[in-house]
Design a protein around this ligand. Sequence first.
Ligand code: HEM
Length: 565
Amino acid sequence: MAASMLSVDGLTSALQADVPKTAAAAACLGVLFQQSIRTIEPDKFMYHFMALGLIMNCGLIYAYATLGGFGVLGAIGRASLVSTSFNAGLVVAIGVYRLLFHRLRRFPGPFGAKVSRFYAVSRAAKNVQYYKEIANMHEQYGDFVRTGPRELCIVRKSAIPLIYGPNSECLKSTWYGQVSNDYKKCSIHMTRNFNDHRKRRKAWDKGFSIKALSTYEPRIKSKADLFMSQLLKNSGKPLDVTDWSMFFSFDVMGEVGFSKDFNNLGSGTEHPAIKAVHEHMAVLGVMSNVPWMLNLLGSLPGATAGYSGFFNWCGNEIREKQKRFNSENYPQDVVSWLLKAFEEKDISSSPSEDALHEDSRVMVIAGSETTATTLANTLYYLAKCPSVLSKLQAQLDEAMPDISSWSYEKVKTVTYLDDVINESLRLKPALLTGGYRVTPAKGLQIDGVYIPGDVNVFVPTQIIQTDSRYCEKAADFIPERFGERRKEMGTDDAPFVPFSLGAYSCPGKNLAILSLRIVLSHIAMLYDISFALGEDGREFDEGALDTFTTTLKPLKLVFTPRSKD
Ligand code: HEM
C-alpha cells in the first residue's frame, strides 16, 4: 500500500484527490510537521523553513501541472490550497501545543503571550515602552509571568544570581539571534556561543584594564572641558540635556573607541552616521521581540540602508587602523585592542573580519547610548533635587576648592558623587529591561518554583531595582542609601544590577563610571542646574522608550555659573 502511494500512479491519484481530501491531508501534514520540530529551536532554522516552503510550493505546482493534469492556473490554485491548509494545520497545532501541552503551560500570563511572540511585539509597539507593559503584566499575573510562548519574566531577587550570576548555567537566549545564528558573524554581545564569548572577552577586558583606562582619562577630561565651554557659551539659556549628554558620550566613545573625533560637542549637532542609527532605534526596540524576524529582515537587500552611514564609518575606521597597525605600539583605544588580537591571531580575537566590524559597532552603541542616558538621568535628578546638588557641590568644593585644583584622584574621594550616579542607575537603569537568558536543560529552582529547561528568562532591571519588597522608599531619589544610610536602608540586600552580573556583564562599567565622574564633577563644581521655564521634567521622566538601550525624551535645563560668595 505504502509502496503504491510512492509510485507515480499513487502520486498522480493523490494529486487528483478532491479539494476536501487534499486540504485535510495537507492540514494533517502541518500538524505532523509541528510535532517533528517541537524539540528544536525553530528560530535557528527560519531560513531553512522558508527555503523548504518555496521549494515545496514550486515542486507542487510542477507536479500538479505535469502529473495531476491541471492547467497552470489550476496547478497554482491547488498548490495554494495545499500550502494554506498545511499552514493552518501548523498554526493550530502550535497554538494548541503552546496552550495545553507546553512545559510552561502552568505559568500565568496573557493569552496572546502564551500563543505567539507577536503579542510582545504588539505591546512593545503601543508606545515603545515595553518596560511599562511588563510592569502591568507583573501586577496582573504575579512574579512569574509567561511573557512569550517560551519565555518567563521573573520578578524575584533570588532569581538574579541564578540567571545572571557568575556561577549561573544560563546562556544567552534566542533574543541574541537577531543578527546571525553564526557566531563567526556576531559581535561579542550577540554571540550565543559560550566558548567564543569567553575567549573574546579577554581582548575586550584588556581594552578596559586599569592601565588602558589611565590613558583614556586625560582624553575624557578634554571632552568634559569642551562640554564646559559649550555650557558657558549657553549659560542661562535652555539646553536639551538629552542631546548634549549624547554629544558628550558619543565624542568620548569616538575618542576612546577609535581615537577619532565625532565632533558632536564642537558642532553642537549629531554626527550624521549616528543620527541615522537613532532614527531606527524604535523599530529595533519593537522588532527585537521577534529576533528571527529581525535576522531575516537584516538579510534583505536595502533593509539596513538606514544604518549604512554608520556601518561605513566604522568599517572605514577599522580598515584605516588595519593599514596603520603596528604591533610594537601600545594600543591607544578599545578597537585597537580588538585589532591587535585580530592581527596577531590571538585566541581572544574576533573570529572573522565581519565579527570585528560588528564588535566595533557594538563598542560605539553600547558604550555611548548607555552613558548618555545615565548622564541625562542624573542631571534630571540634580535639577529636580536641589538639596542633593548643593550637598554634592559642598563635598566637591571641600575636596577641590576651585576648578583649577580638579584632579581625578580627588574626584574619586567624593563618594557622594558615586552615590548620586548609583541612585540614578537604580531608578533609571540605562537598560530598562536588561538581558535575556536561557535556562540549562535541567531547569532552575527559584524560591521553590521549578523553571523548566530551555526556557527564555529575564529579571526586568528597573522593576526589580524599584520593588518596594526589597527597597525602602523605592520610588524616591535618595543617594544616601548607597552611602551613610546604607545599613539603615538595607542597601546591601537590595537588588542593584544596572551593569548585569557574571560572564555577560558589562565590560565597559569602569569606563562609564570614569566618564560620568569626570563630567558630573565638572558640571556640579561650575554650575547650578534648574528646569528651564515651562519644563517640569514630566515627559522626560515618564516618556523614556525601551529600545533595549533607552531612548530619552528631550529635557530642557538651564546651567547657571555658580557664584560661591
Ligand atoms: C552607564 C553605562 C552602562 C550601562 C548601564 C551598561 C549596561 C550594560 C548591561 C546591563 C550589559 C549586559 C547586556 C546583556 O545582558 O545583554 C552590558 C553589556 C555590554 N556593555 Fe555596557 N553598559 C554601560 C556602558 C558601557 C560602556 C561605556 C561600554 C564600552 C564601550 C559598554 C560595552 C558593553 C559591551 C561590549 C557589552 C556586551 C558584553 C558581553 O556580552 O560580554 N557598556 N552593558
